[in-house]
Design a protein around this ligand. Structure first.
Ligand code: AMP
Ligand code: MN
Ligand code: MN
Ligand code: MN
Length: 284
């Protein structure tokens, strides 16, 4: 546990908004040299048994995972949970409640797109949904590419379905205290996902890290597909400042869409404590 470097503790399957099955991700992780893997579907644990079994069959050490959608200071923040008991009732109930508003939100997103002349997007997005409880903006993006509205999903997220653009519907997700509590209450470690992506002022970001820590959060992603060199250095510094362990995860969703593949990130800097050193007893 202390010598491994190629941990990939953040990715998505068809159980949320990834395009590959848990078994295919396990194979891909192994082929890419991943030494410790976690599947972290959004607000879901429905892929965990399949990921555990697939990893076991190929001798790939595995941590259970999820990525919880949270609203903090009016902004959507993602909290990754690692090493939980994936049958914990309070965690399962909390995730179910967090998923609850997605269907209504999707219909409203589609109605809003229809107002700018883009029709039938709800029905179109459904073709890409692997889990009826988890319709996501990614599924909308895939359909808008198929329909020829945009050339790729990044163009969709520049022109539509983000704040201030057609098809955006604000949503209230879980609160930070609850999300961290569900994870730690199930024996897991909570990690702030891709902090470099949030548009916080420095004081809001300080509040996020302080409150997260006060609620029992223990980690932050330093190496993620969403970060560049400056973020690596900044959040390694935050690890020292806030006494947090560092995580590493590609956030891989799809071979066609993701620029960082499983297991392909640079190693964590030597100055930080890898989050997996806190999770040795939780590895399957
Ligand atoms: P949702 O949870 O339905 O709001 O969808 C959020 C998901 O949209 C994220 O987990 C990403 O997979 C995807 N996403 C958000 N912003 C972008 C972007 N700029 N480019 C590509 N995918 C994005
Ligand atoms: Mn996603
Ligand atoms: Mn995320
Ligand atoms: Mn993610």
């Amino acid at each position: 546990m202390n010598t491994l470097t190629n941990a990939d503790l953040h990715c998505h399957s068809v159980i949320s908004d990834g395009t590959l099955a848990p078994e295919v991700l396990a194979q891909r992780a192994k082929a890419n040299g991943v030494e410790l893997w976690a599947l972290t579907d959004h607000d879901e644990l429905g892929g965990q048994d399949r990921a555990i079994e697939a990893a076991r069959q190929i001798g790939l050490p595995y941590l259970t995972g999820t990525e919880i959608s949270v609203t903090f200071a009016g902004v959507t923040v993602h909290i990754v949970g690692l090493g939980m008991d994936h049958q914990n009732t309070a965690l399962l109930d909390g995730l179910r409640a967090t998923r609850g508003g997605r269907e209504a939100r999707a219909r409203e997103m589609s109605d809003d797109l229809a107002r700018v002349g883009i029709k039938g997007v709800y029905e179109g997005a459904l073709k890409y949904v692997g889990n009826p409880e988890l319709i996501s903006r990614s599924h909308f993006a895939r359909y808008l590419v198929e329909a020829g509205v945009c050339k790729d999903v990044s163009e969709v997220f520049r022109k539509y379905i983000t704040e201030g653009k057609p098809g955006y519907v604000p949503h209230r997700w879980a609160n930070l205290r609850d999300a961290v509590g569900w994870i730690t209450g199930a024996g897991g470690v909570a990690v702030i996902a891709h902090p470099g992506r949030y548009k916080f002022t420095p004081s809001e970001e300080y509040a996020l890290f302080s409150e997260f820590k006060a609620h029992g959060g223990q980690g932050v992603e330093v190496m993620t597909g969403a970060h560049g060199q400056a973020d690596y250095a900044k959040y390694a510094g935050f690890c020292q400042e806030f006494g947090l362990a560092a995580s590493r995860g590609s956030d891989f969703h799809s071979p066609e869409e993701s620029h960082t593949d499983l297991g392909q990130l640079p190693d964590l800097p030597g100055s930080v404590t890898p989050v997996w050193t806190l999770l040795a007893s939780r590895v399957l």
